[in-house]
Design a protein around this ligand. Sequence first.
Ligand code: NI
Length: 196
Amino acid sequence: MEKATRPLVIVAAFVGSLAIGLLITLWLMGGLGGVTAPAAIGGPFRLTDQSGQTVTEKSLIGRPTLIFFGFTHCPDVCPTSLFEMSEVLRAMGPDAGKVNAYFVSVDPERDTPAAMKDYLSSFDPNLKGLTGAPDDVARVLSAYRVYAKKIPLKDGDYTMDHTALIYLMDKKGSFVRPFDLKRKPEDAAADLKRYL
Ligand code: NI
């Protein structure tokens, strides 16, 4: 009896883990959007942009928003994503001023508003860099379910491992789905314009 049931248990466990993996993927991709996903991502926050202006969840109301979480010392993923976001904003033309494009720091220790201002001067002027006190940053990371972890480097410095999704929020401030930057800027801009 044992011999017969053990493979079944293994198969059941395997199928179960596949199902859980699929559910998590669907949830992340917004596939279960009608059920719980829109309410599950986002929430109250209070941060400061690179000009010293306060930005909160209320700033999301009335215009579509792209949010990307990263840090100015990031060697590759962040600058690439910010470049791609800049290309989309450029392709938006005059409508670029009708969307929010936020780069939220996962590294508030180093990313002061001044550091953000300096860093963002290389990208589209519509991009706003948000940072704040560590507690305030931790709150927004939790609300958006962002993973961010400090990784020590050999020289005593550190880097950050972090979620690299682009969040698309609608005019009501509700999460829609991850926004795909890996396409022509014109196509991404046309997609974003549908939410104006
Ligand atoms: Ni990065």
